[in-house]
Design a protein around this ligand. Sequence first.
Ligand SMILES: Cc1cc2nc3c(=O)[nH]c(=O)nc-3n(C[C@H](O)[C@H](O)[C@H](O)COP(=O)(O)OP(=O)(O)OC[C@H]3O[C@@H](n4cnc5c(N)ncnc54)[C@H](O)[C@@H]3O)c2cc1C
Ligand code: SF4
Length: 508
Amino acid sequence: MSRLILVLGDQLSETLSALKSARKGEDTVVMAEVADETAYVRHHPKKIALIFAAMRKFAQTLKEDGWTVAYTQFDDTDNAGSIVGELLRRAEQFEAQEILATEPGEWRLINALKYAPLKVHILPDDRFIASHKEFEDWAEGRKQLRMEYFYRDMRRKTGLLMEGDQPAEGKWNFDHDNRKPAPDEITFEGPLRFEPDDVVNDVLDLVDARFANHFGALRPFWFATTRAQALEQLDHFVAHGLAKFGDFQDAMLNDNRFLYHGLVSTSLNIGLLTPLEVCAAAAKAYDDGKAPINAVEGFIRQIIGWREYVRGIYFLEGADYASRNALGHTRDLPQVYWGGATGMNCMAKAVGQTQEEAYAHHIQRLMVTGNFALLAGIDPTQVHEWYLAVYADAFEWVEAPNTVGMSQFADGGIIASKPYVSSGAYINRMSDYCKSCSYSVSKKTGEGACPFNLLYWHFLDRHRDRFSNNARMGNMYRTWDRMDEERRETVLTEADALLSRLDAGESI
Ligand SMILES: Cc1cc2nc3c(=O)[nH]c(=O)nc-3n(C[C@H](O)[C@H](O)[C@H](O)COP(=O)(O)OP(=O)(O)OC[C@H]3O[C@@H](n4cnc5c(N)ncnc54)[C@H](O)[C@@H]3O)c2cc1C
Ligand code: SF4
């Protein structure tokens, strides 16, 4: 009996469960570039190019390895336009009775497969360290689902940075040594930039012709699109960037977009790399004395800790997670997120680099664009859709918990024990943005006062009922309450005026 093996654009791993369960020579692998997947949000052109180019190359690798692959290009005239449509068409063509699929990374597609008029077997995605069952068991009966404890279990499970049953160098977490302000000089030259080959150039022409109206610059395009390139990118980072990853993980600079970051999320999230091999490469650098514990532990924690944890939350919480809005925020996403003019240098830099690179590092996403959206009370669904569209590494299982949960507190505190909000002082400490801003970070009110300073207090004031009893926020409220009443009035009035200008579509 002939079967179809579905391989999605973020499932480009030869070890994929659907491929492992398939019969080479008998079953047909189905891969398709479909309109529906480019349109549920208006993805950045670089993201579409990354996925299509990597899919085409992966299909070629499978063919060379002896697989029969039915590949549909975006412009093929008989392209059905959706994953289920393509499966129906191919099932008829190959007289296939059954479909094997690895679980997609979002509820939208899981449900599309579940309710398709086809016999689809959905297999677990075992490219992760924790299965759904393991995460559910860990979460069972806990009042709070704190990442740190889950992470320790993942350390024990993988044996990474373990000395017997104890953590290497006696501590689970070395963040105390990390998070230094921006350095004067960056010694890492940044990620490798891969020259587009013929396959990439064909895809770039296609994306240029069909998606030029999406937000973001298509060229220059240099992402890794094969496993070999992804491994090269990883080796380059481990050899030259990793040692200082921890120190400057949270720093931001006007003139350096990548600092000591790995740029491995795109490759990890589409399946070119596995989380364990990325962590093993970092752990080896530690064992070889090439990178210190604070850097390697910090890096590994992001992957076997945060990455696995957010996936666990996404699947544990269910299909409505991405639409939650615990704080009742309803303001429309302002134009500054789409490159609209602004005097706020930090926002201009974070959005500008997002537009050009389809990349911003964690602190830019969390403490600049995320912080501003939260302080300004933007509708979290719009914020979620923005992050899902504009980053090349954005897939709902990882993006939604980071945005809706960690960044916007819209899940009511499942991921974050307090909202990630700050005034301009934090951005000033961690970056050189404020030095070239038209606002003054030291001004709390009046002409030229930093918008983060005004909105920070406005946020705390309007959510007092929810947060004033939060033990981790007591100091913030005490500081606010100590200000004299007139000053508090001025802050709130000026913040309201700022928000009215945003609502009127004015640039700020
Ligand atoms: C609002 C918001 C949205 C985000 N959306 C995404 C997203 O769509 N896709 C995505 O992969 N990451 C997302 N992140 C997490 C993080 O910003 C990116 O993983 C990271 O910037 C990727 O760049 P890098 O490879 O250079 O990472 P590095 O800084 O070099 O970190 C190494 C790796 O750790 C993993 N990692 C680090 N932090 C996280 C995290 N919080 N959650 C999951 N994995 C993490 C990534 O795989 C990353 O490649 C988001 C964070 C925030 C605050
Ligand atoms: S002054 Fe405020 S708006 Fe300007 S860069 Fe600093 S934090 Fe951003």
